[in-house]
Design a protein around this ligand. Structure first.
Ligand SMILES: Nc1ncnc2c1ncn2[C@@H]1O[C@H](COP(=O)(O)OP(=O)(O)O)[C@@H](O)[C@H]1O
Ligand SMILES: [Mg+2]
Length: 507
């Protein structure tokens, strides 16, 4: 791949590396599963970061040292042995980059290797020689902690992804295929690939061109599908492909109006002052009243992809420490921007006593991140147990608005009935739904939906068209949450009354 011409924008990974080499630290450790990408970045670095191009030596356990990706081995014998490779580096004169692939194994193995690496540190310091270890796992022996700077590569940003896409397009054209190279198409494909590693992007492109050697607007669904699969593999972030629309949400008129106003502001974010750009919204309230539904509708309304951060997974410990997993998820989201990021049931971690100390740090991190994150991310957080959230979270200025979603009032319940009846092919107009208002006092939207589903099933089984009687009989059997958990629901409503804006118009 050609080095990017100097006038084109630099990718954030490249900027990050440039700054690190600029700081003069001779030992770097890059935690990344993307070895190819690290090779490419270091190749660009060797060619363009220094006053004059410097040689790039790469080492692997199977090949030993090789120069500039070619077959050139160093004179003087076998360097597949890690110690021999370090001896070569220690004796090297003049500026150079050394890339040690999967060097965590030798580090784990030999005390002499660890000792020799400390010598290498001294010998490279200040001489324009840099040693970069890359490995999918982070393994730095204690005695080297101070000498080695460890970084993680974030997923490629738009600049890096676009360069990768351009290279793939050129390869497709060279192999006799066709590519729609209009700027709009390439930009849309770059956005579709955002959030993926370059390897994953490569698979996505291969999948998209599988039917016919062509890449164009028609390839986008295949790219999105591959992205859904890849992002979901992170385990903590879920790409949600099928969000609903705002008109699938019954009631909540105040919040809907607010969102429509914010949409315009968000879409002109590049020309607005920082404090004008919408940052996000916190939606709390009784469970089953449409919080999740509303968030999905935000993404559709803003015409942005929606990603859900799974707090249960973050706190599960399956993805490293919760703190680390959370920070990692936030950073990944920055690379995926523009997008709506949804922190679902954000209070979840708070109730788990096991991670008591960590929660505080996670919330502190979250609040800072909210202030500093990219303009292209709109944060939507939902919470059921708002009383568990730290006060700073709710204070004005963190989120643009904090909405309380209450139990739907009569008119809202009717609207929710209509939405769910229509969705299932029933005509609500002739059913005389108004008669249900009194019977459904205190119901959540989820309970309304449940009633509609049971009634339609009942009518189907009896082989007649849905009637009011079906609805009424099913309604009579539903015991609403607000009854069974009265204290909890009342407490929540009291708590929220003067702390949050109501999402609904008054009854
Ligand atoms: N206001 C509403 N309008 C339409 N459907 C609703 C509404 N509230 C709840 N529902 C139905 O109930 C289901 C569960 O609601 P959900 O949004 O998951 O609740 P929450 O996230 O507040 O617990 C939704 O998928 C939807 O079908
Ligand atoms: Mg929910």
């Amino acid at each position: 791949m050609p080095t990017a011409p100097s006038h084109s924008p630099e990718s954030s990974a490249s900027r990050q590396l440039r700054a690190l080499f600029g700081s003069g630290r001779p030992l770097l450790y890059i935690v990344s599963a993307e070895e190819q990408r690290v090779c490419r970045l270091l190749g660009d670095a060797a060619r363009g970061f220094f006053e004059a191009p410097v040689p790039l030596w790469s080492w692997s356990l199977t090949e030993g040292l090789r120069r500039d990706g070619g077959d050139d081995a160093p004179p003087g014998g076998d360097t597949t042995d890690a110690r021999a490779a370090l001896d070569f580096i220690a004796a090297f004169e003049g500026p150079a980059l050394f890339h040690l692939k999967d060097f965590h194994e030798p580090l784990r193995g030999g005390a002499d290797v660890r000792r020799r690496l400390r010598d290498v540190y001294e010998l490279c310091l200040g001489h324009g020689r840099f040693v970069v270890i890359s490995s999918p796992v982070r393994l730095i022996p204690d005695e080297l902690q101070r000498d080695i700077l460890c970084i993680e590569l974030n997923v490629p940003d738009a600049v890096e992804m676009r360069a990768f896409l351009d290279a793939r397009c050129a390869a497709i054209t060279a192999s006799g295929g066709t590519v729609n190279t209009s700027e709009a198409t390439l930009a849309a494909m770059t956005r579709a690939l955002s959030g993926l590693t370059l390897d994953e992007a490569g698979f996505a492109i291969a999948r998209a061109r599988a039917d016919g050697n062509h890449l164009g607007p028609a390839s986008l669904p295949a790219l999105f599908e591959e992205k859904r699969l890849s992002v979901n593999r992170t385990g903590t972030i879920e790409y949600i492909a099928d969000g609903g629309q705002l008109d699938a949400v019954g009631g909540l008129e105040v919040m809907k109006k607010w969102l429509l106003e914010r949409r315009a502001l968000f879409q002109s974010r590049d020309t607005l002052g920082a404090d004008m750009v919408p940052k996000g919204v916190l939606v709390m309230g009784v469970s089953g009243c449409g919080k999740s539904l509303a968030i999905k509708a935000i993404a559709a309304c803003f015409q942005l992809p929606l990603y859900r951060i799974d707090m249960a997974e973050i706190f599960s410990g399956r993805h490293g420490s919760p703190e680390w997993a959370f920070a990692q998820a936030c950073r990944t989201m920055e690379a995926i921007a523009p997008a709506v990021v949804w922190f679902d049931e954000i209070e979840l971690g708070i109730t788990s006593a096991a991670s008591a100390g960590e929660q505080g740090r996670i919330f502190a991190f979250f609040l800072t991140w909210m202030q500093e994150k990219l303009r292209g991310l709109f944060v939507a957080a939902t919470a059921n147990r708002i009383d568990l959230l730290p006060a700073e979270m709710i204070r004005k200025g963190r989120f643009d608005e904090v909405f309380f979603v209450d139990l739907p009032h009569g008119d809202e319940r009717l609207e929710i009935f209509r939405i769910h009846l229509r969705r299932r092919g029933a005509d609500p107009s002739a059913l005389g739904l108004e008669r249900l208002v009194a019977m459904t006092e205190g119901w959540t939207g989820a309970e309304v939906e449940q009633c509609v589903v049971s009634a339609i099933t009942r009518a189907k089984l009896a082989d007649h068209a849905l009637t009011f009687d079906d609805l009424m009989r099913c309604a009579a059997r539903i015991v609403p949450l607000s009854k069974t958990m009265k204290e909890k629901v009342d407490h929540l409503r009291d708590w929220a009354r003067d702390r949050a804006a109501r999402a609904s118009l008054p009854a």
